[in-house]
Design a protein around this ligand. Structure first.
Ligand SMILES: *Cc1c(COP(=O)(O)O)cnc(C)c1O
Length: 475
């Protein structure tokens, strides 16, 4: 079994995928049943040659690989993988570094130290803040909120790491109704309890209303509180007004955590940076490199303004964990023990793009989102529901039969989304937004060109030409 043989094949298979993205269907073309039948090969007693394992895998997975690495994928919020980032991620696997300690992985740990300071710089966050490279924004929330939990309980004389949460004062969590589902899961996993999570109303721009937050803070002026704000909501790209909300929360001694999974990266662009005015005053921030920075997946980042709190909430020491002394040990900041060297990809992505390149990716994605939403929303039988302020927008498709109801428009919207997906020309996702079905338009991939945008609009136009007449308007 030779590495050269295996890895050469992997290179060829990878290039075959990436170089054909333009000409292949974006969405999957095989069913779950087919994939199961193909992939569920007998696990024999005897092994299989490595090259064959890899060739079989590629063959069996064909049609089941989502085309989000390419430029015509606009569902959820996903980025592509820049060449340097993908290459660095391969190296991380080849080098097989356990990035728990500096001593176990010196270069990988040092790269995290440096990439972390670059990220703080590009995002406009305090240079003295601590950070951790985690799997994604979900894990970044978990770490940021573990630090928050530590700090707000410490202020009322409760040592949460030692005493746990049984019998602890309740921690109120105040956020907006537009918060992401990952916030809720972190609250659950940290034992803070869903009953303590208060979803507050938003204004017409989908931003948390300052007076709603003030009233909620006043309702428990002495209770420990965590305020979770959003930088870039997944349907509308909305940013909470940090300049007003953060000082307000701090007057009540609340910890402020910011969910900026993709939206924090707007700070890289002079054109969009103002959206984050005041955000640097928060106590913790969660973001991703695998969305707008375009690294491969498994790349989230948490930044904490109070390193000592972060460290106390997360660190562990044991005699066999040899410490270097003067270099950063990732295990002090991340919830994992053994872990892959995910910092290489973020480091490589930032070096490939440079500050200007990051800003350019952000601006181009925003421009693409705007073109897509206005282009598709302007087609006959379509309407714009949310014009992007950054890289997220919404459209809806209308059932043009006389007397069509909202339910008919919902069905038409899902039907058109399915037709665009089936065309293989572009891939969008649906959502229910303010009680109505919509098609989400999300642009995070550096690969998307003007031609890709035109192809997607054309795919929508063709999908809209199909009029379904067998559904009665009143159904
Ligand atoms: C994607 C996203 C998350 C979750 O990030 P993961 O990296 O998938 O864990 C959280 N918040 C927002 C606003 C997001 O867009």
């Amino acid at each position: 079994m030779s590495y050269r043989e295996s890895l050469t094949r992997v290179l060829e298979h990878s290039l075959a995928h990436i170089e054909n993205l333009e000409s292949t269907a974006v969405g999957p073309t095989v069913s779950a049943m087919t994939l199961r039948e193909r992939l569920n090969r007998p696990l024999g007693d005897d092994g299989t040659p490595a090259e064959q394992v890899l060739d079989d895998l590629v063959r069996d997975a064909a049609g089941g690989i989502m085309g989000n690495a390419g430029g015509r994928f606009f569902a959820w919020v996903m980025g592509g993988a820049l060449p340097a980032a993908l290459g660095a991620d391969w190296l991380a696997a080849a080098w097989d570094q356990n990035t728990a300690l500096h001593i176990s992985a010196p270069a990988a740990s040092m790269v995290e130290e440096i990439a972390g300071s670059w990220i703080k710089d590009v995002l406009g966050l305090p240079a003295g803040a601590s950070f951790a490279f985690v799997t994604g924004c979900q894990a970044a929330h978990l770490v940021g909120l573990a630090a928050a939990r530590h700090a707000v309980l410490e202020r009322v004389g409760w040592d949460v790491e030692r005493q746990g949460l049984f019998g602890a004062p309740r921690v109120r969590i105040l956020t907006s109704s537009e918060r992401h589902g990952t916030v809720e899961r972190s609250v659950r996993m940290l034992g803070l309890g869903m009953d303590q999570l208060h979803d507050l109303p938003v204004d017409e721009h989908r931003c948390l209303q300052p007076d709603a937050l003030e009233r909620a803070l006043q309702a428990g002026p002495d209770a420990p509180a965590i305020v979770i704000l959003q930088a870039g909501e997944l349907c509308t790209g909305a940013y909470d007004p940090f300049e007003t909300l953060i000082p307000l929360a701090h007057r009540y001694r609340a910890w402020v955590h910011v969910d900026g999974a993709f939206g924090l990266w707007a700070a890289a662009s002079p054109r969009y940076r103002h959206l984050l005015n005041g955000a640097a005053a928060a106590d913790s921030w969660a973001t991703d490199a695998h969305k707008w920075l375009n690294t491969p997946f498994d790349s989230g980042i948490v930044v904490v303004a109070h390193p000592e709190v972060h460290r106390q909430a997360i660190t562990y020491s044991a005699s066999y964990l040899a410490r270097h002394g003067s270099a950063r040990d990732p295990i002090d900041w991340t919830p994992e023990w053994s872990r892959r060297a995910r910092g290489f990809a973020a480091y490589a992505a930032m070096r490939q793009l440079g500050r200007k390149g990051i800003a350019e990716v952000v601006e181009r994605c925003c421009e693409n989102a705007r073109r897509l939403v206005l282009g598709i929303g302007g087609l006959p039988g379509a309407e714009v529901v949310w014009t992007p302020t950054i890289n997220q927008g919404l459209v809806r498709f209308l059932d043009e039969q006389p007397g069509a109801t909202s339910a008919n428009h919902d069905r038409r919207t899902d039907d058109v989304i399915a037709r665009i997906q089936a065309s293989g020309e572009a891939y969008f996702g649906g959502a229910t937004w303010q009680g109505r079905r919509v098609m989400r338009v999300s642009c995070c991939n550096f690969q998307t060109t003007e031609l890709d945008v035109e192809r997607a609009i054309e795919a929508a136009r063709r999908a809209l030409e199909v009029v379904v007449t067998d559904v009665p308007a009143t159904a």
